[in-house]
Design a protein around this ligand. Structure first.
Ligand SMILES: [Cu+2]
Length: 74
């Protein structure tokens, strides 16, 4: 079990948005898996074991924003 970081993501309106956010987060080194919930407007990022230093919350926020959505850490 690795660490997880959860975000509130605003601006997602459909499954394409979910895919965009998920793809952006999965590109970050050290991210093991991502679950994006459209109804709740959340994204949960699971980190690979021992990779918490690479996959920072700041890098994830930047990736979500680059994809065109607003986010904050939950
Ligand atoms: Cu959409």
């Amino acid at each position: 079990m690795g660490e997880t970081i959860s975000f509130e993501v605003s601006g997602m309106t459909c499954q394409n948005c979910v895919r965009h956010v998920g793809t952006a987060l999965r590109k970050i080194p050290g991210v093991r898996d991502v679950e994006v919930n459209l109804d709740q407007g959340t994204a949960r990022v699971m980190l690979a074991e021992g990779k918490a230093g690479e996959a920072t919350a700041g890098a994830m926020l930047a990736a979500i924003q680059d994809a065109g959505y607003e986010a904050k850490v939950l």
